[in-house]
Design a protein around this ligand. Structure first.
Ligand SMILES: NC(=O)c1ccc[n+]([C@@H]2O[C@H](COP(=O)([O-])OP(=O)(O)OC[C@H]3O[C@@H](n4cnc5c(N)ncnc54)[C@H](OP(=O)(O)O)[C@@H]3O)[C@@H](O)[C@H]2O)c1
Length: 316
């Protein structure tokens, strides 16, 4: 059997993404082989492909490099001492983060401790949405100590991280305000948020007395949103590029502010899979591309207007 993978051959535009063919990898002790059905595409993959950010800097002498951190699929083999999962079990994981990647593969070896069992009630598509984006959402809200009754402003509620953050905050009984374009107003309202059309007027003119800002945009949008906050408010800014600037400005204004780097945590993924299985969390998928169209998947992310997630079908 062969293993097709999508690799970054050099840094640049989408044409540097190429298909590699190798043998199916052999598991080491404690590892399993996952036949990947869906792999998630995240903005960090696109930035790394373009040669931007620290994952690119760390991997510059390691090309071709296979990106991808989100996988959902089936166990097809196990190494010595890997006894946690049955053959054929459906699993999902946030793998190889940040430097190893490897999710854009048909077969991948993973330590069994990095994986979560996907409940029968959850599709593999939904499971592939959750790892990086869901854990970023949950960890940002945890860092901000969101609690019942808080007025929480989430910038970019319609995106991969945002649509999950909105729902987790609402499940925690916060009152959620979120910014989106006109085309996502109804979608955001369906999730239970107060949707604010950023195309119509700056967010700062539309919402006030905010306890918590979850910034998923950075830059000028985040600086404007600081004007919505009340005394003692907490800010978590997620895009790493502008985090230092936003934190500095927020602290000058007297707010608590921090950036973050998501940390893979299989138990947290178990919780999110459970939330999906009981209908507390709904995953949104803009489009699933065959892995042979990974270039189009990256172009979709580069629009900056993906609703929910983009996935690759690795077995088509
Ligand atoms: N630090 C970390 O560990 C970490 C982890 C995950 C992600 N991130 C970063 O966090 C950011 C969000 O990630 P993501 O996966 O959610 O990205 P994404 O899915 O690509 O976000 C797309 C969404 O952004 C919205 N959007 C675009 N411009 C906007 C604006 N001016 N105001 C409000 N919404 C706007 C779009 O909604 P409309 O179409 O309605 O405009 C779209 O739904 C990225 O920069 C990513 O790299 C960091």
């Amino acid at each position: 059997m062969e293993n097709k993978q999508i690799a970054i051959t050099k840094f640049g535009g989408v044409d540097v993404l190429s298909t590699l063919t190798s043998d199916v990898p052999q598991p080491k002790p404690g590892e399993v082989v996952v036949k990947v059905v869906f792999s998630g595409v995240n903005p960090i993959d696109v930035k790394t492909r373009a040669g931007l950010g620290w994952a690119a800097a760390q991997n510059k002498d390691n090309l071709p490099w296979v990106p991808g951190y989100d996988i959902a699929g089936k166990i097809v083999a196990a190494g010595d001492n890997a006894t946690r999962f049955e053959q054929g079990a459906t699993v999902a994981g946030f793998i190889g983060f940040p430097l190893q990647g490897g999710g854009y593969s048909q077969y991948v070896c993973v330590s069994e401790t990095e994986l979560s069992l996907v409940p029968d009630a959850v599709t593999l598509e939904a499971a592939a949405v959750l790892p990086l984006a869901g854990q970023t959402a949950a960890q940002a809200l945890n860092k901000a100590e969101v609690k019942e009754g808080d007025r929480v402003l989430i910038l970019a509620g319609a995106g991969g991280v945002g649509h999950l953050a909105v729902q987790i905050a609402i499940a925690a009984k916060a009152e959620v305000f979120t910014s989106c374009s006109e085309s996502n107003l109804d979608y955001m309202a369906t999730l239970g948020a107060h949707a604010i059309n950023y195309e119509f007027a700056p967010v700062s003119e539309r919402v006030e007395e905010v306890d918590v800002l979850i910034d998923l945009i950075g830059g000028d949008a985040a600086l404007d949103a600081l004007k919505c906050l009340k005394d003692g408010a907490r800010v978590v800014t997620v895009p790493t590029l502008s985090a230092e600037l936003i934190c500095e400005k927020a602290k000058l204004l007297g707010f608590e502010a921090t950036g973050m780097l998501v940390d893979p945590n299989p138990e947290q993924l178990d919780t999110m899979l459970y939330m999906v299985s009981v209908g507390l969390l709904k995953t949104e998928i803009q489009q699933i591309f065959p892995y042979t169209q990974a270039q189009d998947a990256h172009l979709q992310i580069e629009t900056g207007h993906t609703r929910g997630k983009v996935l690759l079908d690795m077995q088509c």
